[in-house]
Design a protein around this ligand. Structure first.
Ligand code: NAD
Length: 437
């Protein structure tokens, strides 16, 4: 059998992090503003504030790779450990031409808050290599991955720091990382990465995990507002991993999904869209909805402002902005994507009484099943998909309730409530452990 190299496959699980769109608002800047507001709400000690903002360790490494033409090229790689107070650090590795240390630092902090909000016992980390994977061959990417791993062999480890896929890395890249680490350790160490193929220790249910979390938190929000799923209409922006599965599961719960969209535009059907048919269409039509005839075409902008109960932005950052926020009619915004709402839009949505389930909570289903993957690898015992889903639902519902409780206690929007929970958890753990000196 030829040795298959699936480097072109998309990451089935993208570890959460704000996408950096340099032309628009910087999502990390927005995130830090929200963090600052939460810190003010709970009157955070200035020393603790300083501590929580600073990464614990930064690793920078040069990665020499022999390219296919025989020439030697050196790439720059990073791994930032933001915080390890709650457990080993966890975070994806991205390969992209514009990866910078600042970006990786930002993404590592984001992971700390995300894990803390859903109650996953991990700290935050992130890695990156400045390279252009689209212009590299599978062999070059493999050599880059193996050398990056070897250079950081003392950083990674199931009890230390656990990478996962992120932008332009996938299951195959994780498999190479696992193999390189295992060769150095002289034993197979599956728990060193998550987001790997099921055949070598990946978890059932991981592919659907983020969309499933969007569904669970949306159900919890409907419950909170006293709305029944069977009476609710939903519009979903983005029909990739998160959006399509989120839409399918919301439909399964009885909601009527009246609009979906992707990069080719929006599709509306007042009687409800057959999501399975749309998924099949995408599979057989070049991965897009273009030409889908189960609905009327509308624009993405129209989709966002439809008169629906739930709007789930599951595409990309900066979609609900100061320009369109006042026209949003949904009662609930479920942020499947990272950073889809800008801070000025947030103000408008809050003033209009829209319940926003913040990204840091809403799309944390993926990192939760990543945690399950690590647990299963360490147990050497693998769960059924039903067990994974049951436990995921429970953790997401508990996280929603805790955030909502904080929201009520401090009279703040859910986004700030989520940061309050994260700060209280990480800060509380640090106080118990004390400062080692
Ligand atoms: P994906 O690449 O599978 O899908 C993205 C979808 O958005 C595609 O259908 C694409 O056509 C569509 N899209 C792109 N630009 C659009 C636009 N301007 N208008 C409407 N649709 C547009 O990506 P994904 O894995 O589903 O991730 C979506 C978002 O969720 C990202 O913000 C990602 O960071 C976040 N997220 C993903 C995961 C995960 O597990 N996949 C976890 C946490 C967060």
């Amino acid at each position: 059998m030829p040795f298959e190299r699936n480097v072109d496959q998309r990451a089935v699980y993208q570890e959460p992090g704000p996408l950096m769109d340099r032309e628009h608002d910087n999502p990390f800047q927005s995130m830090m503003e929200q963090f600052d507001e939460a810190a003010r709400v709970i009157d955070l000690d200035p020393g603790l504030y300083e501590y929580l903002r600073s990464p614990a360790r930064i690793h920078i490494t040069s990665i020499p790779v022999t390219m296919d033409d025989g020439k030697l090229k050196v790439f720059e790689g990073f791994r930032v450990i933001h915080n390890e107070v709650l457990g080993p650090s966890k975070g994806g590795i991205r390969y992209a031409p514009d990866v910078t240390l600042d970006e990786v630092k930002a993404l590592a902090a984001w992971m700390t808050w995300k894990c803390a909000v859903v109650g996953v016992p991990f700290g935050g980390a992130k890695g990156g290599v400045t390279c252009d994977p689209r212009s590299m061959s599978p062999g070059e990417i493999e050599r880059l991955t193996r050398r990056y791993t070897a250079n950081l062999i003392d950083v990674f480890g199931p009890e230390k720091d656990i990478p996962a896929p992120d932008m332009n890395t996938n299951e195959q890249v994780m498999a190479w990382l696992l193999d390189t680490y295992s060769m150095h350790m002289r034993r197979t160490e599956t728990a060193v990465v998550t987001g790997k193929p099921i055949l070598i220790g990946g978890s059932e249910g991981r592919r659907e995990a983020t969309g499933r979390g969007v569904m669970t938190t949306t159900m919890a929000a409907l419950d909170t507002l006293g709305l029944r799923p069977s009476q609710c209409t939903v519009a979903v922006q983005g029909f990739g991993n998160v959006g399509s599965i989120g839409a399918q599961l919301l439909r399964e719960q009885g909601c009527k999904v009246v609009a979906i969209s992707d990069v080719t535009g929006g599709y509306y059907n007042a009687n409800g869209i057959d999501i399975e048919a749309a998924m099949r269409y995408v599979e057989t039509h070049g991965k897009t909805l273009e030409g889908f005839d189960g609905a009327e075409p509308i624009s993405n902008e129209e989709l966002l402002t439809l008169d629906v109960d739930v709007l789930a932005p599951c595409a990309k950052e900066n979609q609900i902005t100061g320009k369109n926020a006042a026209n949003i009619k949904a009662k609930i915004v479920a942020e499947g994507a990272n950073g889809p709402t800008t801070p000025d839009a947030d103000e408008v949505l809050n003033a209009n009484g829209v319940l926003v389930i913040p990204d840091i909570l809403c799309n944390a289903g993926g990192v939760t099943v990543s945690y399950f993957e690590w647990v299963q690898d360490r147990q050497g015992y693998f769960w059924t998909k039903e067990r994974v889903n049951r436990r995921l639902d429970r953790m997401m519902r508990t996280a929603f309730d805790k955030v909502y409780e904080a929201t009520q206690k401090y009279d703040v929007p859910m986004r700030i409530g989520a940061y309050v929970i994260a700060i209280e958890k990480v800060g509380g753990a640090l106080k118990l452990r004390g400062i080692y000196a």
